[in-house]
Design a binder for this molecule. Structure first.
Ligand SMILES: Nc1ncnc2c1ncn2[C@@H]1O[C@H](COP(=O)(O)OP(=O)(O)OP(=O)(O)O)[C@@H](O)[C@H]1O
Length: 324
């Protein structure tokens, strides 16, 4: 699906090439009445087969972007393409979870999905039973299929919501903050499920305000701040812009700094009780052996790898504040 919109008076642009991308946006912008720009000239490219983390503090424009991609909100300007198909053909191949579906507490998982399926005009009625059983199986709820929804744990409830998004063969699954409000167990269940779904070949586009979650669950990420894209790419490439450092805890900071310098480590920085330096290609155990061999009292030695939070801070000069 390729949707092209225009600013008043502006010419229509060409649809972006979708190539091997599940989602592409070019200059996608949403300005709400009252003038607030929720999404500002967003250029996204989501490769097929990726688990793509759409990361940003609350209020950074994630939900608005997802609503535009699903045709729920009209963009002010810009273009987007879903699975490289016309909208009517793309949407049946897209499962989405935006604001959890309302389930009936006194109905079973199966009965809830049946109601959900019956409300979808694009779902073929004759295969409903099979598709519901398959969806429940896919999210690991077959054994609890006959249990009432109100007796489900938080994780089971969210897995049922994801099952509702998987009631047909999907090439793309879009999940808006799927772990929000879950307990730690439910969060683990949903993260594991996302990985399983992706392993089956479905592209997963998942929004989150949790850096660590995206780092653990995703192959790629885009980082948003105040409606604008800050960075996107593979998790490794995003982190790769920053280098790993070694941190040595020692009372002998001057000696430790000298040894690290002799070994050829760059950017050696001694400060109260510790010395840090760029790890480069050095093996931490070799660094430790050299320090100890030179009589440095090593109390601790750690390799500090850059996180997405460091990337965000490096690019924006701000902390990643989840409250936006
Ligand atoms: N219908 C609307 N009318 C006016 N402003 C809106 C509307 N919907 C969202 N906004 C504003 O647009 C900005 C982006 O909101 P959005 O919900 O897309 O962000 P988000 O990153 O998904 O955050 P959250 O995780 O809190 O939902 C916010 O400042 C929000 O207040």
């Amino acid at each position: 699906m390729t949707i092209v919109t225009q600013e008043a008076g502006a010419p229509f642009g060409a649809a972006p090439p979708s190539g091997d991308a599940a989602l592409v946006t070019e200059g996608l912008t949403k300005r709400f009445r009252g003038g607030q720009v929720a999404v500002d000239a967003l250029d996204l490219a989501v490769p097929r087969g990726s688990v793509f983390g759409f990361l940003g503090p609350n209020g950074s424009g994630k939900t608005t972007t997802i609503r535009m991609l699903l045709g729920l909100v009209a963009p002010t300007s810009g273009t987007y393409s879903v699975l490289g198909l016309p909208q009517a053909r793309a949407l049946p191949k897209v499962g989405a979870l935006v604001e959890g579906p309302a389930f009936y507490p006194y109905l079973s998982g199966t009965a809830n999905l049946a109601r959900f399926d019956a409300a979808d005009p694009t779902a073929p009625g004759g295969t409903a039973k099979r598709r519901i059983a398959d969806a429940l199986e896919r999210v690991g709820l077959s054994a609890a299929a006959g249990k009432r929804y109100r007796n489900y744990s938080l994780g089971m409830r969210q897995r049922l919501a994801i099952a509702a998004a998987l009631l047909g063969p999907r090439e793309l699954l879009i999940l808006d903050e799927p772990t929000n409000g879950l307990d730690p167990q439910g969060t683990r269940e949903v993260r594991a499920l996302v990985k399983e779904i992706a392993a089956d070949g479905t592209t997963v586009f998942v929004s989150s305000h949790l850096l660590a979650e995206v780092e653990q669950m995703c192959t790629h990420a885009a980082i948003m701040r105040a409606g604008k894209l800050v960075a996107q790419g593979t998790i490794a490439s995003l982190n790769g812009g920053l280098v790993a450092r070694v941190r040595v805890e020692t009372p002998d900071t001057a000696d430790a700094a000298r040894v690290l310098g002799t070994l050829g480590l760059a950017d050696v920085r001694p400060s109260g009780g510790e010395v840090t330096a760029e790890l480069g290609g050095h093996a931490p155990e070799a660094i430790n052996a050299s320090l100890v061999g030179e009589g440095v009292a090593v109390r601790g030695l750690a390799v500090v790898r850059p996180s997405l939070e460091d990337v965000f801070v490096g690019l924006t000069g701000e902390g990643f504040d989840v409250d936006g």
